[in-house]
Design a protein around this ligand. Structure first.
Ligand code: FAD
Length: 544
């Protein structure tokens, strides 16, 4: 990899930051997907700018949570069996070709992490345990690698809107420097990779508050299509007093109702009973009493951040009952996002690529959550593919033209005037969206009646409040509010178009899976939201 001068602008203490930059590839979002994309593009010799809403290395879901990976050696038929298993679990919405690519690419890139010095622990036999990455170490390393590769990093610099040329090709973006009084920035680029994460609706779930669906909105303003948005009702379990949603340990849980009587639920499969108990208004308590005593110390070492809040509160999770709640993680650990239509993670808009959670992960995880293995692998692999493809696209096209346009449609959450001064406070719009997407009885246990009611209450703010959002004080907050309204409307329209229950997506009025709906669903549009079935998943895949 070629080494160039490391640059980080706009962060605390740098006092710098340029208002207008040129690049071959602009990457928006600096979680795992964005940093892998930036590295892949820089490796080809491209000039790369990476802009993040927060601080690259600590912002986003992976930095806080860490990632176990889908990591399968190429031995005998192990990978092929893993592919088939995922097809089953994903209820046959995956694509076999993509699954095979994913497992191979992830394996190779995890090898890169080792070469860069990631501190993998060893197992009892002295072998490196490479299938799990601790968030802080992982993302600190990715920041270092990106800077070493000569990428210009704009910290605390949320992107606001994409920029197109006269041919409709994406040639850059605009945004603001949060720590420089929201001074505007513009980057002109040959291609753009969106890696802004999913959307968890500011629910407070661990690491997810920067993920407000901004990238989805920017792309949809240019007509990008989305897919799998009905698979958006993932909730993480957390202590009632906190936001720690690391979930793996709950495989050892038994659950108790408000009177501390056991409810008929244990492990992961008990989630639905827990959710229904909570939705009925009863508190739920948990205890990890199914964890074998001999394993408990090892569990502490494998997931230190899970134990932290309980230890601080003086709770022994193996012996004490503790109250739990479910926190919305939306399309972070859900599946939906921008439709990916080519091997380089091209979106349906030329010059625009999507990686990580901003992209639909249906191709590799289907209707089941990718959290726990496939999402982390997808962030690495899709980032690598998107960064490489974007660099190649930029090279083929040559320098981005100077005359560029920000389309008129990109006005949601910009105050409707050049001053950005509207009369609607973003916080109020956020509160209204949260009222529709956070309650379990609305989002997790869906019905046609409930979805239509929510949509009526979401369509109104989209038409009235969003164009009038006050963006003058905090432009990024206004865009976040607009993005969340758009996200919720895509989710619920897609949910209406899937009258069945399929893994994540539950319809209480259609509790069974309907074989005829074994296809992915595209959704798009802003003022008028549309849905349509994608070409059915290949028959031969389902038959074999
Ligand atoms: C608690 C928890 C545990 C998890 N555990 C696992 C696991 O074990 N295995 C697994 O496979 N997956 C797991 N996941 C999911 C996994 O973390 C995500 O799939 C992964 O982080 C996706 O990477 P990403 O880069 O797309 O998004 P993120 O890591 O969320 O990063 C998105 C980045 O985009 C930035 N951004 C957002 N908006 C803008 C904007 N407007 N402009 C510029 N930048 C912006 C954010 O600041 C952030 O840095 C877990 C998730 C959570 C919440």
């Amino acid at each position: 990899m070629s080494r160039r001068r490391a640059t980080a602008l706009g962060g605390v203490g740098t006092g710098g930051g340029s208002d207008a930059l040129d690049a071959d590839v602009l990457v928006l979002g600096g979680g795992p997907a964005g940093t892998w994309a930036a590295l892949a593009a820089a490796t080809t010799g491209a000039r790369v700018v990476l802009a993040d809403k927060g601080f690259v290395g600590t912002s986003g879901a992976a930095a806080a949570g860490g990632n176990n990976l889908w990591y399968v050696p190429d031995e005998g038929d192990r990978r092929e069996r893993a592919v088939r298993a995922r097809e089953e679990r994903g209820a046959h919405l995956t694509d076999r070709t993509w699954l095979r690519r994913l497992v191979a690419e992830t394996w190779d890139r995890v090898g890169d992490l080792e070469a860069w010095g990631y501190p993998y622990p060893t197992d009892a036999a002295g072998r490196l345990r490479r299938s799990s990455l601790q968030g802080p170490e992982y993302m600190r390393l990715m920041r270092r690698q990106v800077l070493r590769a000569g990428v210009t990093v704009l910290d605390q610099s949320p992107a606001q809107r994409l920029v197109q040329d006269a041919d409709g090709v994406v040639v850059g973006a605009t945004g603001v420097h949060r720590q420089r009084g929201n001074a505007p920035w513009t980057v002109r680029a040959g291609a753009v990779v969106l890696a802004t994460g999913g959307c968890a609706f500011l629910s407070g779930a661990l690491g997810c508050n920067p993920d407000t669906g901004d990238g989805h909105l920017m792309a949809a303003e240019l007509g990008a299509e989305l897919s799998g948005m009905e698979f958006s009702s993932v909730y993480g379990m957390a202590p009632a007093f906190g936001a720690q949603t690391k979930g793996r340990m709950y495989q050892f849980a038994t659950y108790y109702d408000g009177d501390r009587n056991p409810v008929d639920a244990a492990g992961f499969s008990g989630r639905e009973v827990v959710a229904r108990t909570l939705a009925a208004g009863s508190p739920v308590y948990a205890r990890l009493d199914l964890a074998p005593p001999a394993l408990r110390e090892a569990l502490r070492w494998s997931q230190p951040n899970f134990f932290l809040p309980y230890d601080k509160a003086g709770i022994d999770v193996f012996t004490d009952l503790f109250e739990v709640r479910l926190v919305l993680e939306g399309t972070v650990r859900g599946t939906g996002g921008l439709a990916v239509v080519g091997d380089g993670c091209e979106t349906t808009v030329p010059g625009l690529y999507a990686a990580g959670d901003v992209a639909s992960r249906e191709l590799v995880t289907g209707a089941v959550s990718g959290g726990g293995s496939h999402n982390g692998a997808w962030a690495i692999s899709s980032g690598t593919w998107a960064g490489t493809a974007a660099a190649s696209f930029a090279r083929r096209r040559g320098p981005a033209p100077r005359a560029t346009t920000v389309p008129d449609e990109g006005r949601a959450g910009t105050g409707g005037s050049s001053s950005g001064r509207g009369t609607t406070v973003p916080r109020e719009v956020v509160r209204d969206v949260q009222a529709e997407v956070i309650p379990l009885e609305r989002n997790l246990f869906r019905t046609e009646h409930g979805l239509r009611g929510s949509l009526a209450r979401l369509d109104a703010p989209w038409a009235d409040a969003v164009p009038d959002l006050d963006a003058s004080a905090e432009p990024a907050k206004a865009r976040e509010a607009a993005a969340m309204v758009a996200h919720a409307r895509w989710m619920y329209r897609a949910a209406l178009a899937r009258p069945e229950s399929r893994v994540i997506h539950r319809r209480d009025d259609h509790p069974d899976l309907d074989e005829r709906l074994t296809h992915r669903i595209r959704v798009g549009g802003l003022d008028e939201v549309w849905t349509r079935p994608e070409v059915p998943v290949r028959e031969e895949e389902r038959a074999s």
